[in-house]
Design a protein around this ligand. Structure first.
Ligand code: PHB
Length: 383
């Protein structure tokens, strides 16, 4: 009886093209499925699963088994949540997360247990800076990257003074630093930085202060539900000051923002209207599979996490236990991303074009590349 079952599963494995000697590859999603970033987490999972399903549900011949934890974008629960996937579920690969503070704890748990981590959003510079590690990869961005690209755009428009507005945590602080660096290098001046705690959305005092300060321009980082409300409140306040942002301000949010977002300029590593064969195929497939969700930057980052894992598994013929060889192949991979071609720095962060986009209807239409092949400086990374 035992032998018969074994023979059957072997036959099954051969039919599926899988290597029966190897166990399934266990992938753990640690993402926000609730709170202000819930839609972002869902889009990352959607993109990843779509890629795997496009490959017939296997990568390098291995079946992928999924585990999930809702991290609630809460850094205080992050270590426990990561360990649920690492120790309880014994995942081979961690995928996550959106919030930079949660990702910091996740990276420590991953490197402490030698588990491969693919960060599919969180932009904290430290993850591919002082904390960089051969086990840690990112298919998204550093918070610095899109924000740094906006400085020259603002200068080009003749703006000389700016006020920055954001949530007071790693993502917001690093984004406004990135903008300040390039804006002030070119002769601009950030006259004030206004912050509120994550994920608060009581923006009225801040809008009143902007009205009093009258800068040439406002630069901002908000994302998810908070971005929807900020853009709506900004428009409702009737401020004449132009608003610029890291592109998260208007990504995956335009249906809800509607009229209030029209014409906004942002910089990001993805845009609508790229009109390349790869992006068109991705967008058509995503829209068919998830008719109620726009193919946004988060879906792309999840999709590319799937592509990056595939590159690693192919190099070891599906044997996820060969961690060193798998990670070397991932570092060296060139990904055919919907955003354009993607390579990785020594620190494991994408080197990528940053687009200037403008909101038109429910799309962030590309106006062209703001900065080509922008690499994060990876300050403090010793790899
Ligand atoms: C972050 O916390 O790093 C973060 C969150 C949401 C975004 C971008 C960055 O859209």
């Amino acid at each position: 009886m035992h032998i018969r079952i074994h023979t059957l599963s072997l036959a099954c494995a051969l039919a599926l093209g899988t290597n029966a000697a190897l166990a399934d590859v266990k992938v753990g999603f640690m993402l926000p499925y609730s709170g202000t970033y819930a839609a972002l987490g869902q889009a990352i999972e959607n993109g990843f699963k779509m890629y795997v399903d496009e490959q017939g549900g296997t990568l390098a011949g291995q079946k992928i088994q999924y585990f999930q934890v809702d991290d609630e974008s809460d850094p205080s629960k992050a270590t426990d949540n990561a360990n649920r996937l690492i120790k309880r579920d014994q995942v081979d690969i961690l995928i996550g997360t959106v919030h930079s503070g949660v990702a910091m704890a996740m990276a420590k748990a991953a490197t402490g247990s030698d588990t491969t981590l693919i960060i599919a959003n969180a932009g904290a510079g430290a993850l591919t800076g002082p904390l960089c590690n051969p086990a840690v990869f990112r298919t998204s961005f550093t918070n610095w990257q899109p924000a740094f690209a906006m400085g020259p755009v603002a200068l080009d428009k003749g703006y000389k003074t700016a006020v920055s507005v954001t949530w007071n945590y790693a993502a917001g602080n690093e984004a406004i630093e990135g903008f300040k660096e390039s804006f002030e290098e070119g002769g601009g001046k950030v006259v004030k930085e206004l912050k509120l705690p994550f994920p608060n959305v009581e923006f009225q005092p801040i809008l009143t202060e902007i009205a009093a300060l009258k800068p040439d321009v406002v630069f901002t980082f908000f994302a998810g539900g908070g971005a929807v409300k900020f853009v709506q409140d900004y428009a409702a306040a009737g401020l004449k000051t132009p608003l610029l942002g890291s592109g998260f301000l208007t990504d995956g949010t335009l249906k809800a923002q509607g009229q209030s977002a029209q014409g906004l300029l942002t910089t990001l590593h993805y845009a609508d209207g790229l009109n390349t064969p790869k992006d068109n195929a991705f967008r058509t497939a995503y829209s068919q599979r998830y008719p109620n969700m726009a193919p946004d930057v988060y879906a792309v980052q999840g999709y590319d996490a799937g592509q990056l894992l595939a590159a690693g598994l192919e190099a070891v013929e599906g044997d996820v236990q060969q961690k060193g060889k798998m990670r070397d192949a991932m570092r060296a991979a060139t990904i055919d991303s919907p955003r354009g071609s993607l390579t990785f720095s020594k620190a494991g962060n994408p080197i990528q074009d940053i687009y200037l986009r403008q909101v038109d209807g429910e799309q962030n239409i590309s106006l062209g590349v703001a900065v080509e092949k922008l690499a994060d400086p990876a300050r403090g990374c010793k790899l």
